[in-house]
Design a protein around this ligand. Structure first.
Ligand code: 13P
Length: 264
């Protein structure tokens, strides 16, 4: 039986006071629900404050990205060892917003944005490997754009992304995959539950082909994209969905608490 994992990706939201208040409240909910892994991923500026608010509760601290080198002349980047030093346990890599794959239908991404958010399958792989070797747990995001879905490329896209991301990672026990269809992120448009479960199953089958039954059966796969308290229970009851990666609803204590409690 895989443990459920609910992660809140705060993205570029929250200042210190409301952020620590939210983290304190969610930490209490995490400790009251010990059967669920709860992860809070604030912006870098709040890692210290949110870590303090989490204290010795059962919630874990996560970061939203990491660079693949330990140190160097990489202005604006944060390394896996720095994250460990800051008390971080989990890190998100390959989020579609970092791959430059925003949810606009056509063109699939705006090249001005891509200059700033330029992850590729290769950099996602480098980040995943660097984070694992530093001792971090990785939430690796995959997902198709609307254009890819309409072209019948959903399965091929997620298979190629996950396959590229784990090249060279022998042990997947510290990896969680998040299936986040780009068109369902921040749009209020949730992927149909059956379809979300089907694609999570496609990812699991691909891992089974690549790494064997044991790795596939143990791999935790989250769904992400407009998850809220009202749709969480149905999504989390599906056989291939082991948790949620939550954006907007993770910024509201009652909503996020409701998603954690929906795992029961
Ligand atoms: P929303 O829950 O706001 O759709 O965001 C999902 C997401 O991108 C989480 O990483």
């Amino acid at each position: 039986m895989r443990r459920k994992i609910i992660a809140g990706n705060w993205k570029m939201h929250m200042l210190r006071q409301p952020g620590t208040a939210l983290a304190s409240e969610i930490s209490r909910v995490a400790s009251a629900n010990p059967e669920v892994d709860v992860v809070l991923c604030p912006p870098y500026t709040l890692l210290g404050a949110v870590g303090d608010a989490i204290g010795d509760s059962l919630a874990s601290l996560g970061a939203q990205d990491a660079f693949w080198r330990d140190a160097g002349a990489y202005t604006g980047q944060v390394s896996p060892v720095m994250l460990i030093d800051a008390g971080v346990t989990y890190v998100i890599v390959g989020h579609s917003e970092c791959r430059g794959r925003f949810g606009v239908p056509e063109p699939d991404f705006d090249e001005t944005v891509l200059r700033h958010f330029g992850d590729t399958d290769r950099t996602v792989n480098l980040k995943l490997l660097a984070c694992l070797s530093a001792g971090l747990r990785v939430i690796c995001c995959v997902g198709e754009t609307l254009g890819e879905r309409e072209a019948g490329q959903t399965d091929a896209t997620v298979q190629a992304q996950i396959e590229a991301a784990i090249v060279g990672a022998e042990d997947l026990s510290a990896v969680v995959v998040a299936y986040e269809p780009v068109w369902a992120i921040g749009t209020g448009r949730t992927c149909d539950t059956q379809e979300a479960d089907r694609v999570c199953g496609v990812i699991r089958s691909h891992i089974r082909r690549l790494r064997g039954a044991d790795a596939a059966d143990r791999l935790r796969i989250q769904y992400g994209g407009s998850v809220k308290r009202s749709n969480a229970r149905e999504l989390l009851s599906m056989p291939n969905i082991d948790g949620a990666l939550v954006g907007g609803a993770s910024l509201v204590a009652q909503e996020f608490a409701g998603i954690i409690e929906a795992c029961r």
